[in-house]
Write a protein of this length. Structure first.
Length: 289
């Protein structure tokens, strides 16, 4: 398995993980503050990772690209915060869709940050997948409410975060664990500060949900970082549309939202668009973003 194939596999697992994390966020029914959800999401992930890096003799806490990393932390934190806020007010699949609009913004971010242009064929595949996602949602007027706008902002911030992460890892792959540790640490501290002013004491069931949010949040971040370690962000980003398919399945299984004809059409378009991008990956050398 070459690097590109590894990146695609990690991205698929990352897409599944963010959908599962979203399920447990939604199951809290808004009874816990968003600051509480964010704090446990990052703290649990950090506690999982620390014993792992402790056993790595090559691990170093040193960050070689502090400016890029700072942008990665800030925009990544806000993106997850927007996702958590939106998920309480709109269906899970809608929230995941809006969070995963970031592939549309990635080419724009790449152009302004790194001066890199995206080929037409790749753009066609990305846009085709996104249209498929819209078919899945069959959006009505409710998608334009304020919570949806917050979710869309999450997608924009996620694009900046992922581009910064890919730039770091393309320059030095050994930064993988250091980036994860410091990202979880900074976000836990930041969310912990806000939690002081808006803390909700969880019951046992809610505490169990918080643990699972942190665990699957870790898997999402680990798998996504691994994916970007092996493949360009313009290739990995459309693969994340599969998270909408997973979220739609959970909506059906847990909340009884039955799939319709548009869902089937959209699923096919999403997958075909992602495959089209993969087939045209020769336009995206692994040394690029």
């Amino acid at each position: 398995m070459n690097n590109t194939e590894k990146g695609i596999c990690f991205a698929l697992f990352s897409a599944l993980s963010i959908a599962v994390m979203g399920v447990f966020v939604k199951l809290t029914n808004g009874d816990l503050s968003n600051a509480t959800l964010l704090f446990f999401r990052f703290l649990v992930s950090l506690l999982i990772l620390l014993p792992i890096v402790k056993r790595d003799p090559k691990f170093s806490f040193k960050i070689k690209f502090p400016l890029l990393f700072s942008f990665r932390c800030i925009f990544g934190f806000v993106a997850i915060a927007c996702f958590f806020i939106a998920i309480h007010y709109i269906p899970l699949a809608n929230a995941v869709l809006l969070e995963n609009t970031f592939p549309i913004f990635v080419p724009i971010v790449l152009f302004f940050i790194a001066g890199i242009k995206t080929g037409k064929k790749v753009m066609i595949g990305i846009l085709f997948s996104f249209i498929g996602v819209l078919f899945i949602l069959n959006p009505g007027k409710d998608i334009f409410q304020s919570a949806s706008f917050i979710g869309l902002l999450g997608g924009i911030f996620a694009a900046v975060s992922f581009v910064c992460l890919r730039l770091i890892l393309s320059k030095d792959r050994t930064q993988f664990n250091a980036v994860l540790v410091w990202y979880f640490f900074y976000c836990a501290i930041l969310s912990g500060f806000f939690m002081i002013f808006d803390f909700t004491i969880p019951n046992m069931k809610e505490f169990f949900y918080l643990l699972l949010i942190g665990i699957f949040g870790y898997f999402f971040q680990y798998m996504m970082t691994k994916a970007l370690q092996y493949a360009p962000v313009r290739l990995i980003s459309p693969i994340m549309y599969f998270s909408v398919l997973f979220a739609g399945g959970f909506d059906w299984l847990i909340w009884g939202i039955t799939p319709h004809t548009f869902t089937i059409i959209g699923a096919a378009m999403t997958i075909l668009g992602a495959i089209y991008v993969i087939l045209n990956r020769k336009t995206l050398p692994e040394s690029e973003c």
